[in-house]
Write a protein that binds this ligand. Structure first.
Ligand SMILES: Nc1nc2c(c(=O)[nH]1)N[C@H]1C(S)=C(S)[C@@H](COP(=O)(O)OP(=O)(O)OC[C@H]3O[C@@H](n4cnc5c(=O)[nH]c(N)nc54)[C@H](O)[C@@H]3O)O[C@H]1N2
Ligand SMILES: Nc1nc2c(c(=O)[nH]1)N[C@H]1C(S)=C(S)[C@@H](COP(=O)(O)OP(=O)(O)OC[C@H]3O[C@@H](n4cnc5c(=O)[nH]c(N)nc54)[C@H](O)[C@@H]3O)O[C@H]1N2
Ligand SMILES: [Mo]
Length: 766
């Protein structure tokens, strides 16, 4: 087995078997102690009807050119063309838009996860190519934690420097008594690490912490967000009320004199302003435990007792990334930092604050991150950008202005939209609104390998090969394993790597030398690896020669973290190692943010009523929908594969309902239900289980959008009903987790699932 070629994915490393040029099996890597089943899902879909094997052009677009019948996107047949024709069409369209509108009108934010592998990173290849011809409009921040990425730098002086390493399992196991996890410690999410995983460690760490006597508190609408074996206390709060709970805990500390005044004095800025708010001096509302209990539907004494336990234990607060994907998603992170500051334990081992244990496998491990080279994108002369989740706003409102992190900017007039390595039909909220926006650009180009909703809604589809069809190196820096990814089979059909696609286009546009710098794919790979080796060596990390790596196929560069973390250094010496904030301290009050004058994000952690939630007076029979990350796949990737399909019921995505809510609607496990609100509707299959709290419905993301003629998704994609509003003017992050829906039993004839069928393809008859 260990002689078989290796491949790396975001969900793990696998040995690959092939016979006569076709993939026959994937086996877990022998050094993975808790391998993810997700990988096997690729075997039956590398080839087959859902694979795109030739460049494709939407029929109306081919016949009448850019802007043709945009309402027919997703409905028109496609026409298969050869690469020469595809390159001609794309190059001509790029030149038209560049000269008539300027490069700003090429939107290539192209957000998404693509595949593991340092060289074949789809977005880098796309942006490098576009930067060779004058640049493109970008997107900033992530769907993962936009609100945290923009807020936390104002409060702690950075975000990425904290998110993976502040708080680690070794110290939790040794030092922590009480782990209070907002959004839990979801092992399902620990299957993933961006850029590749060698060994999955989250489950073992949770079990070791439980064995060591750590008490887990799971504050979440889902009991299963902490492993059963950890015996967590489950506080099933209303979704999107974390900020109120955090404020109620903070208020309890305050009125019971449990706050660490010495810590607040020495290490934080502006606590007095926050204290006045907690005491109700600024708005007449005390943020008491009673107040928090009413909002969250937790028990008052539970909140009070938790505050007391936190003050008298070695306490770690873990804040799941999901909290940033709710309305006002800046606030729970800020309130958690404020609460941890009041406890005074920040910067001590196993205590204080961690950003989302098990959000990915790489969170909470105390080893040095590998400093590695990325595929260089080159300078982008275009300065225009959007916050990533404002894609529909941009397309619907060209020329209009928007707020973001203290400034006002203008939406560009995007004429070309280009996606390589991401899927907005998976990731974006309110898909019906997005479909409206999707009609605005003249031309939509997508590089992808399968007929998912996004390729079906494109004008020009450029077929890429999968990572099993090209060589690469997995070396994202987050995971200690470096894996030489073998090319196991030839490219399926006429598919090409993203690099090869852009090299072809660069030749057409006369910028091939700029794009390739004279290097072949193999020479780029060698260059990226040798550069990474050099940078690692400068940081005392020795990577093997490429020849040795190719011989052994993998290398574990596990180097203990040499340095204390930022917060450990800050606690040890706040004068010498201040935070990179204006005051050098933790900004419980931020003059900077206050100076922006936003009505939806003021100068200190604040409870703002969410746009939709169970506490609103007209909630009626609606349930709160949690569209969390799926267990059997990564986002939309491999939804068409065997592993994801095995978890569906009657071919539809399962939705979990509490027995009370199911009974009230006459719904039983296995029934098909319609989930809907004013934004849209979808069909799913019910699982009735008290693993969710009453009034909450849980429907994971990832089912490929499969609209019937009326727009109802037959397959269960939650983003037809989620809301498309920014977290606030500060971060403008997505708010998918703040969403109310009606759920009804579906009666009538079940429509067939067409999500995995290719579109109609016509031969090219000139
Ligand atoms: N309702 C709701 N929505 C959410 C979330 C939520 O919690 N709730 N979470 C959000 C989050 S955190 C995220 S990160 C996003 C994820 O959203 P995305 O990252 O956009 O989702 P993926 O399905 O990973 O999309 C990757 C696409 O790249 C393609 N691909 C794979 N390899 C290659 C390659 O080598 N080249 C090219 N060109 N393409 C390739 C895949 O086929 C797939 O279509 O979703 C967000 N959406
Ligand atoms: N298997 C798998 N793993 C993944 C991914 C995947 O697609 N599949 N995606 C990866 C990516 S891109 C990311 S960004 C991370 C995201 O990691 P997270 O943000 O942690 O992911 P979620 O599953 O959205 O949320 C975790 C849990 O938070 C709970 N939750 C939801 N809303 C609330 C709330 O208002 N309050 C509280 N307290 N809890 C709430 C939900 O019950 C949910 O199960 O996951 C990564 N891991
Ligand atoms: Mo994410």
């Amino acid at each position: 087995m260990s002689d078989l070629p290796l491949t790396s994915t975001h969900w793990g490393t696998y040995r690959v078997e092939q016979r006569e040029g076709s993939i026959t099996a994937l086996h877990p890597f022998e050094h993975d102690t808790d391998p993810s089943p997700i990988g096997k899902g690729i075997v039956d879909v590398v080839e087959g009807p859902s694979r795109i094997t030739q460049p494709m052009v939407r029929k109306s677009w081919l016949e009448t050119g850019p802007g043709a019948a945009p309402e027919r996107r997703g409905r028109d047949p496609f026409v298969a063309v050869d690469w020469e024709t595809a390159n001609d069409l794309v190059a001509t369209e790029l030149n038209r838009v560049r000269t008539e509108f300027g490069n700003e009108s090429i939107f290539a934010g192209s957000y998404g996860w693509a595949s593991a592998g340092r060289f074949h990173h789809a977005q880098s290849q796309l942006r490098r190519f576009l930067n060779c011809i004058g640049g493109h409009t970008q997107s900033v921040n992530t769907y993962s934690f936009a609100a945290g990425e923009v807020l936390v730098p104002h409060v702690l002086g950075g975000f990425r420097a904290f998110v993976y390493s502040e708080g680690n399992w070794d110290d939790v196991i040794q030092e922590c008594d009480l782990l209070v996890a907002f959004g839990g410690v979801p092992i399902k999410n620990g299957q993933i690490s961006q850029g590749g995983v060698g060994n999955h460690v989250q489950r073992d760490n949770v079990l070791a912490a439980a064995d060591a006597g750590v008490s887990f508190v799971n504050i979440s609408p889902l009991r299963s967000d902490v492993l059963t074996e950890a015996n967590a206390e489950w506080l099933a709060a209303r979704p999107s009320t974390d900020t109120a709970i955090l404020l109620g805990l903070a208020h309890t500390l305050l009125v019971e004199g449990l706050e660490d005044r010495a810590f607040l004095e020495k290490f934080t800025e502006g606590f007095a302003r926050f204290e006045a708010y907690l005491r109700g001096e600024t708005d007449g509302v005390e943020k008491s435990a009673e107040w928090a209990a009413e909002i969250s539907e937790l028990d008052v004494e539970t909140i009070r007792n938790l505050a007391r336990r936190m003050a008298t234990s070695n306490t770690m607060i873990s804040t799941s990334w999901s909290m940033t994907r709710q309305d006002h998603g800046e606030q729970p992170f800020w309130a958690a930092i404020a609460l941890a500051s009041m406890l005074g334990q920040i910067g001590q081992p196993g205590r204080g604050l961690a950003f989302g244990f098990s959000a990915m496998n790489s969170v909470g491990n105390r080893y040095a991150r590998l400093p590695v080279m990325a595929m260089p994108q080159g300078p982008n002369p275009v300065k225009s950008f959007i916050p990533v989740a404002r894609i529909s706003d941009m397309l619907l409102n060209p020329g209009e202005s928007f707020d973001y992190d203290g400034q006002r900017y203008t939406y560009p007039d995007a004429r070309i939209v280009w996606w390589a390595g991401g899927n907005p039909f998976h990731h974006h909220q309110d898909l019906n609104r997005m479909l409206e926006a999707w009609r605005r650009p003249d031309t939509i180009i997508v590089n992808d390998w399968c007929w998912n909703a996004q390729t079906k809604h494109a004008d020009i589809v450029l077929p890429v090969n999968t990572s099993l069809e090209r060589e690469d190196i997995a070396m994202a820096g987050l995971d200690p394993f470096v894996v030489k990814m073998d090319k196991v089979i030839d490219s399926v059909g006429q598919s090409r790597s993203d690099h090869e696609i852009f090299r072809g286009l660069a030749e057409h546009l006369g910028v091939a030398d700029d794009f390739t710098q004279g290097r072949s794919e193999r020479e780029w790979l060698e260059w990226i690896y040798e550069e990474s080796r050099r940078i690692c060596a400068a940081n005392d990390i020795d990577l093997p020669s490429l020849a040795d790596l190719e011989r052994d196929r993998w290398f574990e560069a596990k180097t203990p973290m040499a340095e204390p973390t930022v917060l450990e250094r800050f606690r040890a010496d706040p004068q010498q190692t201040p935070l990179k904030t204006p005051s050098g301290k933790i900004e419980i009050f931020s003059e900077t943010i206050a100076s922006f004058g936003y009505d939806d994000c003021g100068g200190h952690p604040t409870w703002y009523e969410p746009g939709e939630w169970l506490g609103q007076t007209d909630v009626g029979t609606r349930l709160h929908l949690i569209s969390n990350q799926p267990t059997t796949k990564l986002h939309s990737q491999l939804d068409h594969g065997s592993v994801s399909r095995a978890a569906k019921i009657s071919g539809r995505e399962p939705i979990t309902l509490h027995p009370n809510d199911a009974a009230a609607r006459g719904i039983e496990s296995g029934d098909i239900v319609r989930v809907f609100n004013e934004r849209g509707s979808c069909l799913c299959a019910a699982i009735v289980d008290d693993v969710v709290r009453p009034q909450v419905a849980q429907l994971a993301t990832g089912a490929w959008f499969d609209p019937d003629p009326s727009g109802e998704c037959k397959h269960g994609n939650p983003n037809v009903v989620t809301r498309d509003k920014g977290t606030s003017k500060l971060a403008q992050g997505p708010t998918a987790h703040t969403c109310l829906v009606e759920v009804q039993k579906f009666e009538g004839d079940l429509p067939a699932i067409t999500a995995f069928d290719p579109p109609l393809i016509e031969p090219n008859t000139p």
